[in-house]
Design a binder for this molecule. Structure first.
Ligand code: CO8
Length: 261
């Protein structure tokens, strides 16, 4: 049997956290169709798994993912990509995940690799990480959201410069620009990411899901609609047992015991 292109572990420490790793080390985790299909299945099943509250995605020390598999893509015709709904076919799965997705980025996150990291909810980068949208250097353009999510994250000036020149940018530049939540020493990346994932997983799951949904609404709505949505969801938390428990525990000066309902 061939080796899995993405590996999955459900961790016990921290609890309720799943760790996905891209596993094509010989080609810098280039994203071919087979890998994308496996990832789609894994994301669907972890999102539906009640034992998992937070999903971490990572690569290896050298590469998170160096983009779409260029050797495979080189042969595609317009008819192939259009008829097969290339990219949309597998990557809508990531967009529909309701649980928090954390990208732990070490090494290269280029093209589709950078774009997948941007689909995640939090990016934590090792200090050796290199991001980039180098599609222009191979005669194409970002196709997995780079031209849309990058300007939303870092503004037009940097998005234009990075997409038009294809220049790789460092973890530090990414942090200053607001693309990544935090930069940490490479040898501490997983420790830091798993501590973050564990903290989120320790909270009430419905409250966590509502935070993700309401923040994402900020990118799809007017301010007035977004505020109204937030207010309704905030009111909605008062129907949760976990809100009662969380506030009661604060008043009683003890740790809350969330039941995720
Ligand atoms: N696709 C296929 N193979 C790759 C890719 C890639 N994206 N990146 C690296 N490899 C392969 C190399 O060909 C090489 O293979 P081999 O050992 O057989 O020669 C191996 O990985 C190691 O790479 P290098 O020898 O080049 O290692 P270096 O350390 O010299 O350089 C780099 C590393 C900088 C990452 C370099 O390999 C590179 O520039 N890679 C291409 C980066 C790129 O242009 N990415 C964008 C691709 S286009 C894209 O992502 C479109 C997005 C929309 C679609 C997404 C759908 C999934």
């Amino acid at each position: 049997m061939s080796e899995a292109l993405v590996t999955v572990e459900k961790l016990t420490q921290p609890a309720k956290v799943a760790l996905i790793r891209f596993n094509r080390p010989k080609v810098m985790n280039a994203l071919n169709d087979a890998l994308c299909k496996e990832l789609e299945g894994v994301l669907h099943s972890l999102d539906a798994d009640p034992e998992v509250h937070v999903i971490v995605v990572t690569g290896n020390e050298k590469a998170f993912a160096a983009g779409a598999d260029i050797a495979a893509m080189a042969e595609f015709t317009y008819g192939d990509v259009y008829n097969q709904n290339y990219i949309t076919k597998y990557w809508e799965a990531a967009r529909s995940v309701r649980k928090p997705l954390i990208a732990a980025v070490s090494g290269y996150a280029l093209g589709g690799g950078c774009e997948f990291a941007m689909m995640c909810d939090i990016i934590i980068a090792a200090d050796n990480a290199k991001f980039g949208q180098p599609e222009i250097t191979i005669g194409t353009i970002p196709g997995m959201g780079g031209t849309q999510r990058l300007p939303r994250a870092v503004g037009k000036a940097k998005a234009m410069e990075w997409c038009l020149t294809g220049r790789f940018f460092t973890a530090q530049e990414a942090e200053v620009a607001g693309l990544v939540a935090r930069v940490v020493p490479a040898d501490k990346l997983m420790e830091d990411v798993l501590a973050t994932a564990g903290k989120i997983a320790s909270y009430s799951l419905p409250a966590v899901l509502k935070v993700k949904e309401t923040i994402n609404a900020a990118f799809e709505t007017t301010l007035a609609q977004g505020l109204q949505f937030e207010r309704r969801e905030f009111h909605g938390t008062f129907a949760l047992e976990d809100q009662k428990e969380g506030m009661k525990a604060f008043v009683e000066k003890r740790a809350p015991q969330f039941k995720h309902r």
